[in-house]
Design a protein around this ligand. Sequence first.
Ligand code: URP
Ligand code: ZN
Ligand code: ZN
Ligand code: ZN
Length: 459
Amino acid sequence: MSNYDLVIKNGNIVTSGDNYIADLGIKDGKIVNISKNIDTDIFYDAKGKYVLPGGIDVHTHLDMPFGGTFSSDDFRTGTKAAAIGGTTSIIDYAVQQSGKGLYETIEMWEEKANGKAVIDYGFHLGVTRLDDSVREELPRILKDGFSSFKVFMVYDGMRLTDKELLEILTIARDNNGLVCVHAENYDSINYKIAQLLSEGKTDPVYHAISRPQKCEAEATNRAVKLAEMVDAPIYIVHVSNREAADEIIKSRKQGFKTMGETCPQYMLLSIDNYLEENFAGAKYVMSPPLREKFNQELIWEALRDDGLQTVATDHCPFFMEQKKMGLDNFTKIPNGAPGIEGRMVLMHHYGVNEGHISLGKFVELTSTNPAKIFGMYPKKGTIAVGSDADLVVFDPEKEVTISVDNLHENVDYTPYEGFKVKGYPVATFSRGELVAENGEYVGEEARGQLIRRGAPILL
Ligand code: URP
Ligand code: ZN
Ligand code: ZN
Ligand code: ZN
C-alpha cells in the first residue's frame, strides 16, 4: 500500500520565499513529504508547471443582503468559481443584521455556507451595532475562531461611529484580534449625493464623483489615527488609491501595526469605465469606486514595497437586472462587482508577467500574507510538511481570454471581459482532493469546512 493518497511529481514549487523542483507526498489532506523523486507508480505529473499554495481570498460577500437584494453568488457557485480560479480558502463577511447578536450572525452565515461551500471558509464578523450584549460577545468571538471584525464607516444601518470604532479597536487589541475597516467619509458622501441628485446627475459615473479619492483618504487617515491612539492593529480593506495607501504607509513607517488590502479592480480598471454606454457603467459601481488611471501604477508600487500587504477581491456580484434598481438614481445601484475567479490569474499576468511584482511576491500577496494576517498560517498559505494540501498546479504558458462565457461566477458579466492572460490553473487541490481541473469543477459537493482561525500574525 502506498504511503500517500496523492503524489504531485516534478512540479516547480513556488512559495513566497522559495522556488525549486520537488515531489509532494500527500496523506489525509496534508503535505507529509517534500523531496526529490518520491517513489510511486500513481501520481499527478506537474512537470513544466508551478505548484503554488492555494489562493486565499480574505474579502468576499457571498449570498449577502445589500441594498434590498442579495449578491448573486451563493456559497456553492461562488466557491466553485473560486476553486477553478485557484483559490482554496475564503474569508467571507458575516454581517450582523438588524436586531441580531454576533453568535446569531455566525449561525446565520454558517447556514448559508454549510452544505454548499466546496472550499474551506472562515468568517469575519461585520459588527454593525454595539450594545451591551454585543460588547459581551466580542472577546468571546475573537477567541472562538473568528479572530477579525469588520467595521463600516459608511452605509446606513451598518456604520459605526468613531467612538464605537475606537472601542472595538481596543477590545480587539486586548483579545488578540484584528479590526478590518471600510474607510470612507459618510457625511461628505451624503453631501455630494444630495448636490448631484439636485442637479439631475443620476448616471453611474456620479457614484464615483460622490465618493472622491479624498473621501477615502480622509477616513483612512481617521481610522488609522484612532488605531494609533490606542496602539491597536488595524487592517484597511479595499484600498483603491495611492492617497489612501499613503496613510497606511506613513503609519507603518512609524512602527504601527497598520495593514492594507487592495483588489485587482483598482490596478486594472479606472473611473473611465463608468462612462460605458447603456448603463454598462453600473457594472463597476462598487465602494470605494474605481479611480483615475494614474493610481494604478502607484498601487502596484505600494504592493511591491510592502506598503499594502494583501490582494483580495471584495467579490460581491449582482446581475445587470439587479443593478437596474438604480437606472434612474446611481445611489440605488447595489454596490459590488464580481472577481473571485479571476484574482489569481489577473495578479499573475498583470503583476508578474508585466513586471510589477515577482512570482514570490504574487504568492505572498494572494496566499501567504492573507493566511498570516488572518490566523491560518502555516496550516494554509504555504507549501510545507504539515500544511494542508491546498495546492494549485498552474501552467505559466496557458493563454486565456477572460470572458463571462468561460467563467463560473453566477452573474451575467465580468469587469474583465476581453482581458488576455498568460498563466492559468490547470488543477486545484483542496486538502489533497482534486476539486478543479482545466476550467471545470470536478470535486464533491459541499465539501468545504469552516476554518476556525487563530490569532493574527501582524505584519
Ligand atoms: O461595493 C462594495 N464594496 N460592496 C460590498 C460591500 C463592501 O463595502 O465591502
Ligand atoms: Zn467595504
Ligand atoms: Zn505598469
Ligand atoms: Zn466588501
